[in-house]
Design a protein around this ligand. Sequence first.
Ligand code: AMP
Length: 188
Amino acid sequence: MSLVLVILGRQGSGKGTQCARLVDHFGCPHVSTGDMLRAAREDGSELGRKAGEIMDAGGLVPDDVMIGIVRDRLAKPDVLRNGVLLDGFPRTPGQAEELEKMLAAQGQAIDVAINLDVPVDAVMERMLARGREDDTPEAIAKRLALYEEQTAPLVDWFSERDLLQVVDGLGTEDIVWQRVLSAIEADS
Ligand code: AMP
């Protein structure tokens, strides 16, 4: 089965864990635009340098840049053969529109967007428990508010197209995984 999956979830939602399971289960590549930008930054490329500044400021890299990066990646044979798990892309309705077009051009379409939902106070608790130095309550609250602001229009975009599945992210990894699988089966 070749699926095109999109996963959404705020920081601390357990998205990383569920992504690893999805990739393992469906044998599809994991395309994380955050990871791609961080890799570009490590390489010290011009793109990486510019993206790094934007990431540090909590902003979004411009749509045209992101769309170019993702278009190149999605045209690769592994995606054509095995589908893809998209993580961090699309981030805006504009990116979502372009994603639909680039997938259609290669005979694919978004099957389902999973929104891994964990209430803000639970995420706050999880992140504070990690005890990282940049995880002050104020910094966490700011990042979460920014995520909400940036993601809300995208959630609406998927919802309007009947592509959105909200998955309750509270519970053990195994329980959440069963919910994720059921959501995909329900919608694909
Ligand atoms: P993430 O690891 O998905 O949280 O991404 C880290 C940062 O990379 C984000 O805060 C953005 O600055 C940037 N970024 C990642 N994906 C995108 C995207 N699809 N569009 C714009 N900016 C992005």
